[in-house]
Design a protein around this ligand. Structure first.
Ligand code: ATP
Ligand code: MG
Length: 719
């Protein structure tokens, strides 16, 4: 066809166009952020449809999130000028895996109406199996095994494939047997777990050549976004399917590989040409998203990584002298950080930026709490993307249920939520009995329990468990008047076994949940009493959770992948938080590099404005600790960065936030502590050397140097 005349191709650069028009054979688009990879995929689908190379149902297109799938469908519709009916095979790996399995369930020993287990069910099942084996569940926690299972499944390993040594490391040396028993049990229950969705799909295709042949005929074209974050089993599945038409097009950016901790293998990109012979590799270098300053900062930062393929990026967006540099500011603590960012957002809003174009990207979900609290107070509409809002998270609701029940024994909802969380052997039947009794006698569940444990209604362990639970709640209530509310809260979570439940949890989310619980206690410290705190929570929770028309987006860096916003705030750039301590402890150099890629993802989400914050103090367990600015700040190029004179944290001059620092001189204590407690960072040594050489404060080359130059104004003036 006369492609030149086709509207959807207009405005694409030659490389993009090549990626769109090379329909036959494998293609890998390897390119940096904002170069139009996703747009290439969308346009490619439009091109396939417009040139009638395939029907919508013959295209397999994999996106990273369901939201991205919806958007892609919509955009293809725009491009081809109409609604695209039925692209049944456009979705996430999981959604497509489910679809495939339902179609052929009987071939892998399931019925097509199989259920997908959630984590709770999965844990319960594993626990039963461990107990049935007569193995001590305390020594070999079910959650730990669940996460091992997940890891194996992500790697495409079935029980027989697990290396001997590795299998021995689990459940008293019986890892492999238990894995097999677990799978057999799932079949009996007509169920799969999340990890099975693709593993079973791979098994299906491997064991049934006729089915595979059908899919080879069906899928004329395969397209994959965010290829750098595929794991082994996803890769195996793609490779099997692509053996048919060989028309597979993957787009990705090795610098944005941020799911290594979940088994993603960036190597999949590196070996693409070997696995898909004759692959055409196309590089896109022009960035259409961000200003030169943002791009310059991001490219410079990521250049500190050793493990990368290396790419150049440039922008043709007109370089405007007034264009904002990447902005770095500091705050005394996270509360001030949230307030300052809130103020900035209101400033942008007054300047005409819709809130929809503004995002706050955090490293850890606990950081959201401070922003949500602040925005509720000051009336800035916000939405949390990619997860529940802070106070709606499961672990927060559980913890709050404990506190509520202590405060208010008649709170039946709270009672029900936690009576068996963590598991105490109080089953649904027992709870139903309590309910029936409570309704008949019109007493709350707590009272029903009290009366029934005094009778013969419950036997043995259940009775003991109920009595213990009741006793604990009573005891905590008695402690209320005497104990500081935050300490009591911690004691409740500890004594109830709730904290331990997550400590023993080996799933990838568990550490984040523990952080959230700590943040909850911290936030409680801002209130006089448990009562005042719970009242505040009910106000925050009561807020209309419906989609705001115009609202700031709050999300983690991980869930921001692929998105873009006019204005992006990046708070919490402090050592230990970002890079995250856990990534450093567990991943070493590789962990650090993955954190740096996450920083790169964050910076490159911004189109026009990118504002980074760090705090000089974090409150940990009620006591202040001075924090060290993230090493990533040091790695930003001075030419593209502007350091904000922040008032309150660093001496109050030129304050744009107009608030007196209530902490007086103590801030200098913290700087001194910082200096004595930690190894002197490179820039400080440079600063000292410079001073020794008679240099002034000018001439620092890195932003963090500059910002820290400013952390000690009085010390310097006093010299
Ligand atoms: P990421 O790596 O962050 O996922 P990406 O490479 O997928 O980025 P896109 O999201 O496809 O990049 O494109 C970034 C922005 O640039 C989008 O707003 C897109 O519409 C725009 N864009 C891409 N190509 C062009 C083009 N040829 N002309 C104008 N705008 C373009
Ligand atoms: Mg993209």
């Amino acid at each position: 066809p006369g492609a030149g005349a086709v509207g959807y191709l207009q405005g694409m650069n030659p490389e993009q166009r090549e990626a769109v028009e090379t329909l036959d054979g494998p293609v890998l688009v390897l390119a940096g952020a904002g170069t139009g990879k996703t747009r290439v995929l969308t346009t490619r689908i439009a091109h396939i449809l417009a040139t009638r190379r395939a029907f919508p149902s013959q295209i397999l297109a994999v996106t990273f999130t369901n939201k991205a799938a919806r958007e892609m469908k919509e955009r293809v519709g725009h491009l081809v000028g109409g609604v695209v009916e039925g692209m049944p095979w456009l979705g996430t790996f999981h959604s497509i895996g489910v679809r495939m399995l339902r179609k052929h369930a009987e071939l892998v020993g399931l019925k097509s109406n199989f259920t997908i287990l959630d984590t709770d069910d999965q844990i319960r099942l594993i626990k039963q199996l461990i107990q049935a084996e007569g193995i001590d569940e305390k020594r070999w926690p079910a959650r730990q095994f669940a996460s091992a299972l997940d890891g194996w499944k992500n790697k495409g390993l079935r029980p027989a494939d697990i290396p001997e040594g590795e299998a021995r490391a689990y459940v008293n040396g019986r890892g492999r047997e238990l894995y097999a028993a677990y799978q057999a049990r799932l079949k009996v229950l007509n169920a799969v777990d999340f990890g099975d969705l693709l593993l079973e799909a791979v098994t299906l295709l491997r064991q049934n050549p006729d089915v595979l042949a059908d899919y080879h005929k069906r899928f004329r074209f395969i397209l994959v976004d965010e290829y750098q974050d595929t794991n082994v089993v996803q890769y195996l599945w793609l490779r099997l399917l692509a053996q048919g038409s060989h028309n597979i097009c993957c787009v990705g950016d090795d610098d944005q590989s941020i799911y290594g901790w979940r088994g993603a293998e960036v190597d999949n990109i590196l070996r693409y040409e070997r696995d898909f012979p004759g692959a055409k590799v196309i590089r896109l270098e022009r960035n259409y998203r961000s200003t030169a300053h943002i791009l310059g900062a991001a490219s410079h930062l990521i250049a500190h990584n050793e493990a990368r393929l290396g790419k150049t990026l440039f922008t043709d967006l007109p370089q405007d002298d007034d264009e904002d540099k990447v902005f770095v500011a500091s705050a005394w603590d996270s509360e001030e950080e949230a307030r300052s960012i809130g103020d900035e957002i209101e400033r942008f809003q007054r300047g005409g930026t819709p809130l929809n174009d503004i995002a706050i990207l955090v490293r850890a979900s606990f950081q959201m709490r401070e922003f949500e609290d602040r925005f509720v107070t000051s009336g800035i509409p916000y939405r949390v993307i990619g997860g529940p809002r802070f106070y709606e998270r499961a672990e927060i609701r559980d913890a709050l249920a404990y506190f509520r029940l202590v405060m208010q024994p008649a709170d039946d909802l709270a009672f029900e939520r936690i009576v068996n969380t963590p598991r105490r052997g109080i089953g649904d039947t027992s709870v139903r009995t309590l309910h029936d009794y409570g309704r008949a006698e019109t007493v709350p569940l707590t009272e029903a329990t009290r009366q029934l444990v005094a009778t013969e209604e419950f036997k043995g362990k259940t009775r003991t468990a109920l009595r213990d639970f009741l006793d604990s709640v009573d005891r905590w209530r008695d402690l209320l008047p005497a104990m500081k509310h935050t300490e009591l809260a911690e004691l409740i979570l500890d004594e109830s076994g709730y904290t331990a439940m997550w400590q023993n949890d080996r799933s990838a989310e568990a550490p984040g949940r523990l952080e959230n619980l700590k943040e909850l206690i911290r936030s409680m410290d801002e209130f006089e009493s448990m009562e005042g705190f719970l009242e505040h929570i009910s106000l925050v929770m009561d807020r209309d959770s419906g989609e705001e028309l115009d609202a700031v987006s709050i999300m983690t860096l991980h869930s921001a992948k692929g998105l873009e916003f006019d204005t992006v705030f990046l708070p919490g750039w402090e050592e230990g938080l970002f890079p995250h301590q856990r990534a450093l402890d567990e991943g070493g150099r590789a962990g650090l590099e993955e954190e740096r890629r996450l920083a790169y993802v964050g910076l490159t989400r911004a189109k026009k404005h990118c504002l980074i914050w760090f705090t000089s103090n974090r409150r940990i367990h009620g006591s202040w600790q001075s924090s060290i600015p993230s090493r990533f700040l040091d790695e930003l190029p001075a030419a593209h960065v502007e350091i904000k004179e922040t008032g309150s944290a660093y001496g109050g001059y030129g304050s744009s936030f107009g608030r007196q620092n209530p902490y007086g001189a103590s801030r200098f204590d913290s700087v001194e502590r910082f200096q004595s407690n930690y190894e002197t960072p490179g820039w400080q040594r440079a600063q000292k050397a410079q001073k020794a050489a008679g240099g002034g404060r000018g001439g620092f080359s890195s932003p963090a140097q500059q910002s820290y130059g400013r952390t000690q104004p009085k010390l310097i003036e006093g010299e």
